[in-house]
Design a protein around this ligand. Structure first.
Ligand code: MG
Length: 159
């Protein structure tokens, strides 16, 4: 059995008049993340961790933000595509662990729904998906509420 690990990170700006999507779940909030896609910063970090583990480049390589096909796209579609790419290369998910840095809103109440949604998209058990939320103590761009950041690691295996 081969074990491989990958990491990913992503940042999106918070703006008015956008929906807030995190880990495929719509979160009620007065601001949303800005991006070419639905700007689901957590899924983007996760995709990069998975692609990185397989040395299959990054999310921008596979889904360029200049491509009109990906305008407003549901990031769960990108995640499903990444998982298919990994399976086509003989890999299975071991586990993944995501940290979302955001000052507001409180994300902890949404974590069980996020975990269930990602497990559904990735066709794995919820126990293989960890999601954590933190503030940055009002420091930096996340602390000032200008944006959100997400970090992810993923372990993948090949028999
Ligand atoms: Mg992104």
């Amino acid at each position: 059995m081969t074990f491989r690990v990958g990491m990913g990170m992503d940042v999106h700006r918070l703006v008015p008049d956008r929906e807030l999507w995190l880990c495929g779940v719509k979160i009620p909030h007065d601001l949303g993340l800005l991006g070419h896609s639905d700007a689901d910063v957590a899924i983007h970090a996760l995709c990069d961790a998975l692609l990185g583990a397989a040395a299959l480049r990054d999310i921008g390589y596979h889904f360029p933000d200049t491509d009109p096909r990906y305008k407003g796209i549901d990031s769960r579609i990108l995640l499903r595509h990444v998982m298919q790419l990994l399976r086509d290369n003989g890999y299975e998910l071991g586990n993944c662990d995501i940290t979302i840095a955001a000052e507001r809103p409180k994300l902890n109440p949404h974590i069980p729904a996020m975990q269930a949604e990602l497990a559904r998209c990735m066709d794995c058990e919820p126990s293989q998906v960890s999601i954590k939320a933190t503030t940055t103590e009002r420091l930096g761009f996340t602390g000032r509420g200008e944006g959100m950041a997400a970090y992810a690691v993923a372990l993948i295996t090949k028999a």
